[in-house]
Design a binder for this molecule. Structure first.
Ligand SMILES: C[S@@+](CC[C@H](N)C(=O)[O-])C[C@H]1O[C@@H](n2cnc3c(N)ncnc32)[C@H](O)[C@@H]1O
Length: 233
C-alpha cells in the first residue's frame, strides 16, 4: 500500500483539475452512484466513503443529502487535506480518517460507498474488504462501488484502455495530467466485473447488480438483507 499512498500524497495538489477528462463519463458515473443511495434528501443517515481522496463523491452526497454524517477514509493525508479545503464550513457533518481500509473497518454505517479506489487492492484484499463492509452495514444498508474494472479478456481489456486514452485526449487532457494518471495506474490491481459481483454475493450481499458501465468504468452495488429496499424506481 506504500506505493499507492506515495502516489496520491504526491499527486494531491493537482488531482482535481483533470477529473472530467480522465473520467470521460464523469456525470453518469458519479450520478449513478448518487442515485443508488436509498434515502430521501432530508433523511439522516451515516455514510462511509472508502478512499474518499479529495472528497469528489462525498461532496455530491453532502450536497444532495443535507442531514447526512459522512466519514471520509483515505490512506493519503495529503488527499484528505485537499478534501478539508473543499468542505470548509461544513466540518460538523464530516469526519476525516487517515487509514488503510484493507486493515479493517470500524463503526456502523447505513451507506458505504467508494469511487475509483478499491481497484488498488489485491483480489484477496477485495474479498476480505467486501466481507468487512457487509459486517459494517445494518439490514437494508447498501454498498455502492463506482470503480475501474479489468476487461474480462485481454482483447477487451485492450479496447477499454485504448478507448479511455482516446476519450481523455478528445476531451483535451494535458499530457502532464495524462502521464501523472498513467504513473498512478502502475499501482492498479483491477479485477473483472463478474468476479467482483460474485465476491459481493459470497460476502452475503443481495440484489448484487451493475447499474452502469462505460468501457473501463462501472457502478455496482449490493444490499444487506432482503435487497432492492428503497432503491430508485
Ligand atoms: C483515484 S483516487 C479517488 C478519490 C475519490 N474517491 C474520487 O472519486 O475522486 C483513489 C483514492 O483511494 C485512496 N486509497 C487507495 N487505497 C486505499 C486504501 N487501502 N485505504 C484507504 N485509501 C486508499 C488513495 O489514497 C486515493 O485518495
Amino acid at each position: 500500500m506504500t506505493a499507492v499512498k506515495t502516489a496520491f500524497d504526491e499527486g494531491a495538489q493537482t488531482y482535481d483539475r483533470a477529473r472530467r477528462q480522465l473520467i470521460p463519463c464523469f456525470d453518469d458515473f458519479y450520478g449513478t452512484a448518487l442515485a443508488l443511495i436509498p434515502h430521501q434528501p432530508q433523511a439522516t443517515f451515516r455514510v462511509l466513503d472508502l478512499g474518499a481522496g479529495t472528497g469528489m463523491l462525498s461532496s455530491l452526497v453532502a450536497k444532495k443529502f443535507a442531514q447526512t454524517r459522512i466519514t471520509l477514509l483515505d490512506i493519503s493525508q495529503e488527499m484528505l487535506d485537499k478534501a478539508k479545503e473543499r468542505f470548509a464550513g461544513m466540518e460538523e457533518r464530516l469526519e476525516f480518517i487517515a487509514g488503510d481500509y484493507a486493515n479493517g473497518l470500524e463503526g456502523q454505517f447505513d451507506v458505504i460507498l467508494s469511487a475509483l479506489s478499491i481497484h488498488h487492492l489485491t483480489d484477496t484484499q477485495k474479498i476480505k474488504l467486501f466481507k468487512n463492509i457487509h459486517n459494517a452495514l445494518p439490514e437494508g444498508g447498501i454498498f455502492i462501488n463506482a470503480d475501474q474494472i479489468l476487461g474480462p479478456t485481454p482483447d477487451i481489456e485492450q479496447v477499454y484502455q485504448e478507448t479511455w486514452l482516446r476519450q481523455a485526449r478528445d476531451l483535451g487532457v494535458s499530457e502532464v495530467d495524462l502521464n501523472a494518471a498513467l504513473e498512478r495506474m502502475q499501482a492498479d490491481r483491477m479485477a473483472p466485473l463478474s468476479s467482483q459481483l460474485e465476491w459481493l454475493r459470497q460476502a452475503g450481499f443481495s440484489s448484487v447488480h451493475c447499474w452502469y458501465q462505460q468501457f473501463r468504468f462501472a457502478v455496482f452495488s449490493g444490499q444487506k438483507g432482503k435487497g432492492c429496499t428503497n432503491l430508485p424506481t
